[in-house]
Design a protein around this ligand. Structure first.
Ligand code: MIC
Ligand code: SF4
Length: 651
């Protein structure tokens, strides 16, 4: 039987287990060729890497990007950067300085390669799937293990084939492709799957357009998304002066997809994801006329040279409507430089756009919190409530075309109605300059280097091995689709404390229940009860570490998002799932719950348990969907404790 693109790459990287078509759910361990970190999850990843005692990375290529924490309102971000700078120099990791661009953009431009595997401590790492790399987002600890040469484990994935037909119409863009998929599949439609694109429509999309689609595959909850590597991939690599990195990878003609969705690009219209979820998708034309206060263009989804040249062509000779604030954060310094070299930057400035630094910026709430009650159009990938920094703002996710045309009119406007000719030609060769990417020290030089731990870098919490029984009260009960932004919020005030778990703990679940931290402290140890798709969104381990610090030892949910479930298991919080989802309704805040003999059951690799509700005198069937490997982590009190235990046994 033939293989798909993803299956071919997995097959050539398998270290443990075997690739079984059909996604049987069994675990496979894959070798990771490349790793990337960014600064908001990177400090944790490197603290964990440091505690593993591995002197040098064992990957083909590892990079640390500084792109999230760029507002240095105090010493904290600078401390984090100094720590990352010093540990990467010593450990053999390249360092992309602040200002060089968003990790996913720079990686796509300069380092991602077809046929390679990449793991990144950021959920949008699948952006590199646009170039034909098998790129997966994970928690920092998993990235630290991969840097040390260890395998990354995924469940044998189902391959969801998306067959693209036709060509996009004027005013419709790659963003609308992924918004349409989100509309059809929802934010949990990709869980346990790799989304692979094929069909004649693929050839009509450039690598940066493909990367928009694979980037936002994260919002589907997919393990990753991938395109084949073809003539367009070669063209992009040539433009980056990297044609030597090209290999062709296409699915075999007899490849079998577990599911197939057909999407005719020519049938698409401009779409918008309405507040407060990326799958709440409507046609722009249905909402046309909605008055807007802010337009933010940028993020790892939509700030390529093509996107920004499109925006500039729309805004040229026009002016941003009075009362609307428009910002652009270019994806990389390469893009900003090329806008400057071609004078397009001048056009943008003339139209009244505010140019921000090359980085994540407003996407992660680092500035540009909109006015109270604002309508904000953003070309980003997430519109979770409060993520913009303004709790009551209404954030709509749109394409750069929709954003730019709407900026001119001051209201949500369908770009297909915009008649001006905006055609332009992309340069054949991009301006390549890697002088903001620092090389690591040689093995010899590294010996004498010290790692800098400023006062903002605090220890991360660890717990002891699991006891025979586990018993505690419910400290919080939450609904469906709770994001990591709800559990561990991030904005300009909190992002500087990503390496300070005690400080962040005071804000835990601030998006759901302000009394949670105090209640959890009062209970000592406690449990969380949750609905479907718990922990969707970011890869931030803080959404596991902060509750752990406050005493949470188990989360019982209707279902989990992949990265968050793995993060919980890695740090020793037990993720459990209701066998009968209706039992969720029977448990209340403060109920006392217990599992007897949990230690023995996990040691025997049993995954079925009885959850006894001592308050209501009843019990429920629950299961843990973690692997045998992760059961060992839970028993030991987390992956780090397990690794130490193994090392002691070996001595
Ligand atoms: C995000 O988009 O939410 C982030 C910030 O990039 C996160 C990482 C983080 O929380 O630091 C992600 O997507 O993984
Ligand atoms: Fe940065 Fe936003 Fe992309 Fe996350 S989604 S990496 S915050 S640009």
């Amino acid at each position: 039987m033939g293989l798909t693109v993803a299956q071919k790459i997995i097959q050539s990287h398998i270290l443990e287990g075997s690739l079984d078509a059909g996604g049987d759910g069994k675990e496979i361990g894959i070798r990771m060729d490349q790793t990337l970190t960014q600064d908001s999850t990177g400090t944790m990843a490197y603290l964990q890497f440091e505690s593993m005692g591995i002197a040098r990375v064992k990957t083909e290529l590892s990079l640390a990007y500084i792109d999230h924490n760029l507002l240095q309102t105090g010493f904290e971000n600078a401390d984090d950067h100094a720590f990352i700078k010093s540990i990467t120099k010593k450990s053999g990791i390249r360092y992309s300085r602040a200002g060089n661009g968003i990790c996913h953009h720079v990686h796509l431009e300069r380092f991602a390669m077809p046929g390679k595997t990449l793991i990144g401590s950021d959920s949008h790492t699948p952006t590199a799937g646009g170039i034909g790399s098998l790129a997966i987002g994970a928690g920092g600890l998993d990235v630290a293990v991969a840097m040390g040469g260890g395998p990354y484990y995924i469940e044998n994935p189902k391959i969801l084939g998306v067959k693209l037909l036709g060509t996009l119409n004027k005013g419709v863009s790659a963003k609308d492709v992924i918004l349409e998929l989100l509309r059809r599949l929802t934010v949990k439609g990709g869980v346990g799957k790799i989304v692979e694109y094929f069909g004649e429509g693929v050839a009509t999309l450039s690598v940066p357009e493909r990367a928009i689609i694979t980037n936002m595959g994260a919002e589907l909850g997919a393990t990753t998304s991938i395109f084949p590597s073809d003539e367009n991939t070669l063209r992009f690599l040539r433009a980056q002066r990297r044609e030597g990195d090209f290999i062709e990878i296409k699915a075999d003609t007899d490849a079998v997809y577990d599911e197939v969705i057909v999407l005719d690009l020519s049938s698409l219209v401009p779409l918008v994801a309405c507040p407060h979820m990326p799958d709440n998708v409507k046609k722009v034309s249905e909402l046309a006329g909605l008055k807007i206060d802010q337009v933010c263009i940028g993020s790892c989804t939509n700030s390529s040279l093509y996107d920004l040249m499109t925006v500039a062509a729309i805004l040229k000779d026009g002016v941003v409507k009075e009362g609307v604030s428009v910002t652009i954060s270019p994806g990389s310094r390469q893009i900003l430089r090329m806008l400057a070299e071609t004078n397009i930057l001048a056009d943008l400035l003339s139209s009244g756009v505010r140019i921000l630094e090359c980085g994540c910026g407003p996407c992660i709430g680092m500035g540009q919190a909109p006015v109270s009650g604002a309508v904000s159009l953003r070309t980003f990938n997430r519109n979770f409530e409060g993520r913009s920094g303004t709790k009551d703002a209404m954030v709509y996710l749109v394409s750069p075309e929709t954003a730019a045309v709407s900026a001119l009119y001051g209201e949500l406007t369908d770009p297909s109605d915009f008649t001006k000719d905006i055609s332009f030609k992309l340069p054949e060769i991009y301006s390549v300059n890697d002088n903001m990417i620092d090389a690591p020290a040689s093995v010899e030089e590294a010996v004498s280097l010290t790692v800098v731990h400023g006062p903002n870098i605090k220890e991360f919490p660890i717990i002891s091995a699991l006891n025979t029984d586990i018993s505690a009260a419910v400290s919080i009960k939450v609904g469906d689709n709770i994001t990591t932004d709800h559990i561990a919020p991030s904005d300009a005030k909190l992002l500087p404390f990503r390496s300070n778990i005690p400080y962040l703990s005071d804000y835990s679940f601030a998006g759901c229940d302000l009394d949670f931290p105090e209640r959890a402290r009062e209970y000592g140890i406690s449990f969380v009860i949750a609905g479907e798709n718990y922990g969707q969104g970011s890869s931030r381990e803080h959404a596991a570490l902060v509750p752990l610090y406050l005493g949470v030892r188990m989360v019982v949910a209707k279902s989990f998002a992949r990265i968050h479930r793995d993060n919980l298991a890695n740090i020793g919080i037990i993720p459990m799932v209701f066998v009968n989802p209706s039992d969720y309704d029977r448990i209340n805040l403060s109920d006392r719950l217990e599992i007897r003999g949990i230690k023995q059951s996990l040691t025997a690799h049993k995954s079925n348990f009885k959850l006894i509700n001592l308050t209501k005198n009843e019990s429920y069937d629950i299961i843990t969907e973690v692997s045998v490997r992760q059961m060992n982590y839970l028993l030991a009190g987390g992956l780090l404790a397990y690794t130490k235990q193994l090392n002691q046994e070996l001595v």
